[in-house]
Design a protein around this ligand. Structure first.
Ligand code: HEC
Ligand code: HEC
Length: 144
């Protein structure tokens, strides 16, 4: 009987101490788990009109080069339209003094752009001048 009472008291004490030291869980994003995500502030792209800046150095081989210029004023790439090709495409890059598409973007031995390369911005992205959200210690394989 005495033993049962001791065990009971000990369990009660554990529960009381446990509750006293209880701290609410804090999610890494600093909001309640069920709270809807706050949309991040929109930042303007760093680049200006094409033709007014140098290209951004690449950091690893096979990297799709980053877009150094603004893209805000261009129409979205659709099935029938692609403004990127108005400057970078085979018919226009010389006239527009724009970098030529990579050779890998053409169907073998033709000047026809491979349809798998049509949606340029799925690989090439414009840049925002903002501090990194998390520390990044990536070291590329291209010597600068
Ligand atoms: C009005 C002409 C024009 C249009 C339209 C344009 N670009 Fe450019 N692009 C340029 C020029 C010129 C450069 C060279 C850098 C500079 O001056 O901005 C360049 C640079 C680039 C580069 C860097 C190439 C490298 O070797 O580093 C990429 C990638 C690029 N553009 C992708 C795009 C994509 C994707 C689009 C469509 C969303 C686009 N561009 C629309 C003219 C244009
Ligand atoms: C599937 C990913 C992908 C897509 C889609 C894509 N590119 Fe690229 N792009 C690359 C990679 C990777 C390179 C680096 C060298 C290479 O493969 O040619 C590159 C290189 C380039 C270059 C620089 C060429 C050089 O001198 O090396 C330009 C300019 C460019 N792309 C423009 C465009 C445009 C404009 C479009 C849309 C019509 C486009 N790319 C679609 C991945 C892509």
């Amino acid at each position: 009987m005495k033993k049962t009472v001791t065990i009971l008291l000990a369990s009660l004490l554990t529960v009381v101490v446990g509750c006293a030291s209880y701290e609410p869980l804090v999610s890494m994003r600093g909001a309640d788990v069920a709270a809807a995500d706050k949309a991040p502030e929109t930042s303007a792209y760093a680049g200006k009109r094409p033709g007014t800046q140098s290209v951004i150095a690449r950091t690893f081989s096979t990297q799709p080069p980053l877009i150094p210029h603004a893209v805000d004023n261009f129409d979205e790439v659709t099935l029938t339209e692609n403004q990127c090709l108005d400057c970078h495409g085979p018919a226009n890059y010389v006239k527009k003094t724009s970098p030529k598409l990579g050779d890998s973007h053409y169907k073998t031995a033709t000047q026809v752009v491979d349809p798998s390369r049509h949606n340029c911005t799925s690989c090439h992205v414009p840049q925002v001048d903002a501090p990194a959200l998390v520390e990044n210690r990536f070291v590329g394989n291209i010597k600068q």
